[in-house]
Design a protein around this ligand. Structure first.
Ligand code: B12
Length: 237
């Protein structure tokens, strides 16, 4: 990694072996509640790092974290990548599941790339649909000049609301226990069902509501990846 500001494309190269990518960047402001960086520097940019589809599954599932039998294996895998990268660059990596209080990853995502809130409350991307997630936010003290143009300080992405235009919104009727009301996710109703025999279809194949979304079907998680997240969710509820 070079000295001085690092460009998005250099970061992309460092992340690619893990099946991770820079999803987008945003210019922080005082209300983002960021920590002060090494040497008292202010944050100049937040790069949102994550995965699209199951592109990180091979790297994660062949890492020692996957098989070590301890809790939160994907979070620990993410930290093994984000922490050294951040410290090399004089920055800090923040993680979506560190909390409460949680850093507002979904609000940051909306400032970094063209995602919108879907009726499932997950962010939907016009191309990748619901099949993406954030693994960490890389907060750096410098923004490389080559990236300055591409990041809008206001961070607004105008675009049509694809969910409002969606015929019949099948995501809202696909859940076998109606856990999605359109404005809330009834966590307990979902979790109780998952723990029973009838919940095995969701446990093995993934959330039926998420699978009902017609957007980004090519990016649906592979069954092992989907089952991994369902098991992690069910294990905590
Ligand atoms: C707590 C949490 C949960 C809780 C939610 C409890 C609850 N009812 O609030 C539980 C355990 C249920 C949960 C489940 C899942 N989660 Co979750 N979760 C989080 C977490 C860690 C914190 C959310 C939070 O409270 N943030 C604090 C506030 C200040 O941040 P925020 O940016 O403002 O986010 C909130 C608001 O923006 C609000 N919101 C956003 N848009 C709108 C629109 C309206 C109209 C309203 C009213 C609210 C609202 O919803 C957000 C959460 O409350 C985030 C990571 C993170 N740090 O954000 C992941 C996160 C939101 N979860 C994520 C995922 C993928 C899931 C699961 C699908 C996991 C799985 N099994 O695969 C499930 C399904 C959830 C679902 N369909 O709704 C992803 C979403 C990625 C995406 N595509 O958008 C995140 C970003 C984590 C990640 N690594 O990427 N989750």
């Amino acid at each position: 990694m070079p000295n001085g500001p690092v460009s998005r494309s250099t970061l992309e190269q460092a992340l690619a072996p893990y099946g991770l990518r820079v999803r987008g960047g945003l210019i922080p402001n005082a209300s983002d509640g960021l920590p002060v960086l090494h040497g008292g520097a202010d944050a100049a940019v937040i790069w949102m790092v994550g995965q699209v589809g199951s592109e990180c599954w091979k790297a994660f599932s062949s890492s020692p974290f996957y098989a070590d039998g301890q809790a939160d294996s994907m979070d620990r895998w993410s930290k093994s990548i984000g922490n050294p990268l951040a410290s090399q660059l004089g920055g800090v990596a923040l993680y979506p599941s560190d909390g409460p209080p949680y850093y507002p990853f979904q609000q940051w995502a909306k400032r970094a790339e063209p995602v919108r809130t879907s009726p499932l409350m997950l962010q939907i991307h016009p191309e990748h649909g619901l099949w993406h997630a954030y693994r960490f936010a890389l907060v750096l003290p410098e923004l490389h000049a080559v990236d300055a143009q591409a990041i809008s300080p206001g961070g607004a992405f105008a675009g049509p609301d694809i969910c409002l235009a969606c015929d019949g919104q099948p995501c809202l009727s696909a859940c076998p226990v109606d856990a999605f009301t359109g404005t809330a996710f009834e966590v307990d109703r979902c979790a109780v069902y998952l723990h029973g025999p009838e919940g095995q279809r969701c446990m093995q194949g993934g959330c039926q509501a998420r699978l009902a979304c017609p957007v980004g079907a090519a990016f649906r998680y592979v069954p092992e990846h989907a089952a991994f997240h369902m098991a992690a969710f069910a294990g905590k509820h």
